[in-house]
Design a protein around this ligand. Structure first.
Ligand SMILES: CC(C)(COP(=O)(O)OP(=O)(O)OC[C@H]1O[C@@H](n2cnc3c(N)ncnc32)[C@H](O)[C@@H]1OP(=O)(O)O)[C@@H](O)C(=O)NCCC(=O)NCCS
Length: 146
């Protein structure tokens, strides 16, 4: 949101981990984020989101006026490996460093647990965001099994 009506709105955005027991309470906000990103359609059944969040290792969220306006989540064994996915920020709030704050939050949490294999697959064009904190994996190739 480049013109939100207050010059200090960015300072009012908080970024934190969602509490594990209540993260599925944010299902409606997450559905709105996924719709905004074009990952699900308006009509799509969103019943999958609550169990998806419940089974996610951790979720970092950005909040503005009590609403979830951005997130990223991690799948992990909690010990050695973590895979980051579903980074998204609501369109009006993009371009203000919120995704980078979310990334810093989730990566620092995973590192604090001693996890040293933290990886994400960038969609084409967004690499610059992840390369601000991480490094290219060179010849490693993401492979999908359908
Ligand atoms: C990608 C996305 C999360 C970025 O959110 P954002 O809050 O605008 O990102 P930030 O403002 O924190 O950007 C931080 C840096 O990442 C880079 N970056 C962010 N979005 C980018 C994009 N779409 N293309 C290229 N670089 C981008 C920029 O270099 C920026 O640094 P700079 O300001 O020094 O140039 C947002 O555009 C989005 O939700 N897109 C739709 C969903 C999606 O594609 N997610 C990525 C899945 S891998």
């Amino acid at each position: 949101m480049n013109n939100p009506g207050t010059s200090s709105w960015k300072e009012a955005v908080t970024v934190r981990l969602l509490e594990k027991d209540s993260c599925f309470d944010y299902s409606a906000d997450v559905a709105a984020l996924y719709r905004d990103a074009g990952w699900i359609s308006e009509e799509e059944d969103t019943a999958f989101i609550a169990p998806m969040l419940r089974n996610t290792f951790c979720v970092a969220g950005a909040f503005y006026r009590g609403r979830l306006i951005g997130m990223m989540r991690a799948l992990s064994d909690g010990v050695s490996d973590a895979y980051l996915l579903d980074m998204v920020v609501l369109t009006p709030y993009r371009g203000n460093g919120i995704a980078l704050r979310i990334l810093e939050c989730i990566v620092s949490h995973l590192k604090s647990l001693g996890i040293d294999w933290i990886v994400c697959i960038s969609v084409p064009g967004v690499e610059k965001l992840y390369l601000k904190l991480g490094e290219s994996m060179g010849g490693h190739l993401p492979v999908r099994f359908r």
